[in-house]
Design a protein around this ligand. Structure first.
Ligand SMILES: NC(=O)c1ccc[n+]([C@@H]2O[C@H](COP(=O)([O-])OP(=O)(O)OC[C@H]3O[C@@H](n4cnc5c(N)ncnc54)[C@H](OP(=O)(O)O)[C@@H]3O)[C@@H](O)[C@H]2O)c1
Length: 252
């Protein structure tokens, strides 16, 4: 057994068109897994599928809005049909496109971020539950955030990610005896499209990473390699854990 080898494994990755999700999908393909790629933009997914194919692995492209429950349930079914089975489920699609003082928060904004960052992962887990339980094997990785510990002006995002951590631990406990592991990966500041306005502006970038002990932004690849670890035999005795990849930010 190779500790970090994913040969023969089949993975389902949401938010795979760019950023951390794309990096995870490619790292899985490099480690030997076939991958179902999910996001809204079919064109970008097709580009990622070509990169997966360059590693000699199969990619199934599933354009889908993860906030649409019927669509995501259908995508889960298509992934199982297309790949034969699924071993690894990564709930990565998410983010927040606004920061606002809580008193000015529009309640519709709360609902939107809950649907994107928490409900979507719950529906994916719910749709995969019969398949994973029947196989008695699997690794679920929920991409949360350091914001799960609390973040000013980001209350809906932070609360959704904290909910995702609680969902992770609940399913880990419920499924531990069934061969299914469930862990969360919490990125710190990672330079992607999500926060381009911050890292492109020199002053904003300095302010952002001022609180990071490593004094720099993380990269999508630096999130992807721990995601390989969480999917692989290397973490076989690990479930219900929350892995912070944040340059030391939550330690300081
Ligand atoms: N970057 C950071 O600093 C950071 C820090 C902590 C946590 N995170 C978390 O890491 C995850 C990935 O973030 P990222 O930085 O890689 O963001 P990103 O570059 O904005 O990528 C987000 C991905 O999610 C997909 N997506 C967004 N809304 C979707 C929807 N409704 N349905 C389907 N797919 C959707 C996007 O694809 P389409 O647009 O094609 O749909 C894209 O593939 C998120 O959960 C985020 O909260 C990021």
């Amino acid at each position: 057994m190779q500790a970090f080898d994913l040969s023969g494994k089949k993975a389902f990755v949401t938010g795979a068109s760019r950023g951390i999700g794309r990096a995870i999908a490619l790292a899985y393909a490099e480690a030997g897994a076939d991958v179902a790629l999910v996001s809204r933009s079919a064109d970008s997914l097709a580009e990622v599928a070509k990169e997966v194919a360059a590693f000699g692995r199969e990619a199934v492209v599933l354009p889908c809005d993860v906030t649409d429950r019927d669509a995501i349930t259908h995508a889960v079914r298509q992934a199982v049909e297309g790949l034969g089975h699924v071993d690894i489920v990564v709930n990565n699609a998410g983010g927040s496109n606004f920061m606002v003082p809580f008193k000015d928060l529009r309640l519709a904004g709360w609902d939107k971020l809950m649907r994107l960052n928490l409900d979507s992962a719950m529906v994916v887990c719910h749709a995969f539950a019969p398949h994973l339980l029947e196989r008695g094997a699997g690794s679920v990785i929920n991409v949360a955030s350091v914001a799960a510990l609390g973040a000013p002006f980001l209350a809906p995002y932070a609360a959704a990610k904290a909910g995702l951590v609680a969902l992770t631990k609940s399913l880990a406990l419920e499924w531990a005896g069934s061969g299914i592991r469930v862990n969360a990966l919490c990125p710190g500041w990672t330079a992607t499209e999500l926060n381009r306005t911050l890292w492109e502006d020199e002053q904003a970038s300095r302010n952002t990473i001022g609180s990071v002990p490593m004094q720099r932004w993380g990269t999508a690849e630096e999130m992807a390699h721990p995601a390989v670890f969480l999917a692989a035999p290397a973490s076989a005795y690990m479930t219900g854990q929350v892995l912070f990849i944040d340059g030391g930010a939550t330690t300081a």
